[in-house]
Design a protein around this ligand. Structure first.
Ligand SMILES: NC(=O)c1ccc[n+]([C@@H]2O[C@H](COP(=O)([O-])OP(=O)(O)OC[C@H]3O[C@@H](n4cnc5c(N)ncnc54)[C@H](OP(=O)(O)O)[C@@H]3O)[C@@H](O)[C@H]2O)c1
Length: 295
């Protein structure tokens, strides 16, 4: 049986670009998508640009613990060479809830991926790779520009969404906080898998103005963003097209291994924020996530 790569959030943006690169490198790619029609459209676009591409679509809504369990069940027994945990959202319109009642940003960007990883760990075919897609917003200002930084709380409080209101600014803080959670998970996972041949990394793709991440913003802001996208890629340091970042992300699976636990920007490991190295927070988040997901 051949070894596959699972990519979450593969229907657009970075996930689609990375899946295309992986397929072009001859990998068997499982597109984990919450919408089957959007997943099939992504698979078609990959087949159109990579003749003979080996891609399939798996129904997977990472915000729903039941969907994560069902998707993991579909994959039972299949060897997986890599997990690319990429699906992500930014919610700027109120406090939204997952089907399990958790704050939606945390549920999508962290909790679902935590459970998925727990359920698939035994199927990793070594040497294996796990990549969590984080973001430079975890640094906070001034590194993140005008984007507000994370505001950490216990794993349970973040899941409850009780520490912030429903304003757009709070939504951006929740996003940055979830991207800090990705790094905490990488550190704890790398520590826990130290006796296995599994490399775990956080990936920072840089600003990618052309993806659909800003879809919850007002139509006016989105139009402005769309118009300025090309310019931003040229003038903002570390801004990238989805294609460039997708190639960099795919390289974390197909290229030489980066140091275990490293935060990788583009193609190079770099120090993440000082607070991201807080081992107590990593351990607390892990314990809380186990309880919240019953895993
Ligand atoms: N764009 C940037 O500037 C930037 C910068 C740093 C990091 N990132 C990170 O890059 C990753 C990819 O984002 P993107 O920029 O490529 O945005 P995008 O085009 O909006 O892609 C996000 C993907 O996640 C999927 N998704 C959202 N919620 C999901 C759920 N509950 N279950 C399964 N899939 C779900 C979306 O699927 P649907 O088609 O179903 O909506 C889409 O395929 C995210 O983790 C984001 O935080 C982005």
């Amino acid at each position: 049986m051949s070894v596959s790569v699972l990519v979450t959030g593969a229907s657009s943006g970075l996930g689609l670009a990375a899946s295309t690169e992986l397929a072009a490198a001859g990998r068997q790619v499982i597109l984990g998508c919450r919408s089957i029609p959007r997943g099939e459209a992504a698979a078609e676009s990959i087949r159109a640009s990579v003749p003979g591409a080996n891609v399939e679509v798996l129904e997977l809504d990472v915000a729903s613990l039941a969907s994560v369990r069902s998707a993991a069940g579909e994959l039972a027994g299949r060897p997986l060479g890599a997990l690319i945990l990429n699906a992500g959202i930014q919610v700027v319109n109120g406090t939204q809830r997952s089907p399990d009642g958790y704050e939606l940003t945390f549920a999508t960007n962290h909790l679902g991926h935590f459970l998925l990883t727990q359920l698939l760990l035994e199927q990793l075919a070594e040497p294996a790779r796990i990549v969590l897609v984080s973001s430079g917003t975890h640094y906070g200002p001034p590194r993140s520009g005008p984007f507000p930084g994370p505001r950490w709380a216990s794993g349970r409080a973040l899941a409850e969404g009780s520490t912030l209101d429903g304003s757009g600014r709070s939504g951006r803080i929740r996003y940055a906080t979830s991207k800090l959670a990705n790094i905490y998970m990488v550190h704890e996972l790398a520590r826990r898998l130290a006796d296995r041949d599994v490399t775990v990394n956080a990936f920072d793709p840089g600003l990618m103005p052309e993806t659909r991440l800003a879809r919850d913003y007002s139509p006016r802001l989105q139009r402005l963003y769309d118009r300025l996208g090309g310019l931003l890629v040229r003038v903002v340091p570390e801004a990238n097209s989805a294609a460039t970042s997708g190639a960099n992300l795919a390289r974390l699976v197909t290229g030489p291994a980066q140091p275990n636990g490293a935060y990788v920007v583009g193609r190079k490991p770099r120090k993440s924020s000082r607070e991201s190295y807080d081992a107590e927070r990593s351990a607390e988040l892990w314990r809380a996530s186990e309880q919240l997901t019953n895993s």
